[in-house]
Design a protein around this ligand. Sequence first.
Ligand SMILES: [Zn+2]
Length: 88
Amino acid sequence: MVSRIAGFFRRNDMDPDCTEARESSSDFLDEDLDESMASRISEHLGRCGPCNSFIQTMKATVALLRATPQEKAPPNFAERLKKRIEED
Ligand SMILES: [Zn+2]
């Protein structure tokens, strides 16, 4: 489910490390990465503000979605989330 959200934020002009961090974000949040990958991502998040806020926002969003009984996010949910991230 998280990877579906991550797809909204994929860009072509990003640092390869950022791309990797963001593409791995769903697995990272699910604690689904092997140890070396997880530590690479953590390390990247420690020095990259935009990726860090990306992950934090996604984490909060996922927690919210999991806590909400509804199956679907509101129709404009992705747009709102994207806007919020781009404003950071
Ligand atoms: Zn980054």
